[in-house]
Design a protein around this ligand. Structure first.
Ligand code: IMP
Length: 208
């Protein structure tokens, strides 16, 4: 029985989400930091899937290298996600976090994207959040799950919840932006929520 998951992220919000969705899986869930693992990861993949694998494999490698590690039986998970806007060739895509520079505030990044869509009608403002989650099992098996949520880029920033590009991502089924949803509502429809649910099913299968 594989009884531990290490999630390769330093993001507290993601840890909350993964703990919430995987709470009934019967495994202890640790962040990289909680497991005392630090490794320099260069996310230079061309796709979300590649970047998720790069992160998960780097952490699995760090564990394998450490002969005394108590996490050698752990499942390592890592995610990569971002926003694809159809009208601008699916930008910012894998560069979502780095768009206009990692330290540039999201209000500035978001306004830039809205400007690039100036005059573009509703039906051509289609966009999606995409997420890939990669797993490295203790026996070295690797696999990936995916999730996405479709929406449209709005005309201004609306809402205070969430993070990143949430205030400009209009979710048609709710008639509001992602940043106007509660955390619980967002987790139910989000790209990461869906990829995590799919991961949960895959892990359950492998553990039964
Ligand atoms: P990463 O997966 O942590 O590398 O995140 C990539 C970037 O995509 C984030 O920094 C955000 O810019 C964007 N992003 C990913 N998921 C979301 C989301 O749920 N809401 C808003 N922005 C997101």
């Amino acid at each position: 029985m594989k009884n531990r998951i290490i999630f390769a992220t330093g993001n507290a919000g993601k840890m909350r989400e993964i703990r919430d969705i995987l709470r009934d899986i019967g495994m202890e869930i640790l962040s990289m930091k909680e497991a005392g693992i630090s490794t320099d990861i260069v996310e230079d993949g061309a796709t979300f899937e590649e970047n998720a694998y790069i992160k998960a494999k780097a952490v699995a490698w760090a564990i394998a290298e450490d002969a005394g590690s108590k996490y050698r039986d752990a499942v390592v998970l890592a995610d990569d996600s971002g926003l694809e806007i159809d009208y601008i060739n699916r930008e910012p895509g894998v560069y979502s976090a780095r768009y206009m520079g990692e330290d540039t505030p999201y209000s500035v990044k978001s306004r830039s994207l809205i400007q690039r869509l100036e005059g573009v009608p509703d039906q051509e403002r289609t966009a999606r959040f995409v997420c890939a989650i990669a797993a490295v099992m203790p026996d070295g098996e690797t696999f990936v799950t995916h999730g996405k949520v479709e929406g449209r880029i709005g005309y201004e920033e609306i809402g205070d919840n969430g993070f990143g590009y949430d205030p400009i991502f209009f979710v048609p089924e709710y008639g509001c932006t992602m940043a106007q949803l509660t955390e619980e509502q967002k987790n139910q429809i989000s790209h990461r929520g869906k990829a995590l649910e799919a991961m949960k099913e895959q892990l359950k299968k492998r553990m039964s």
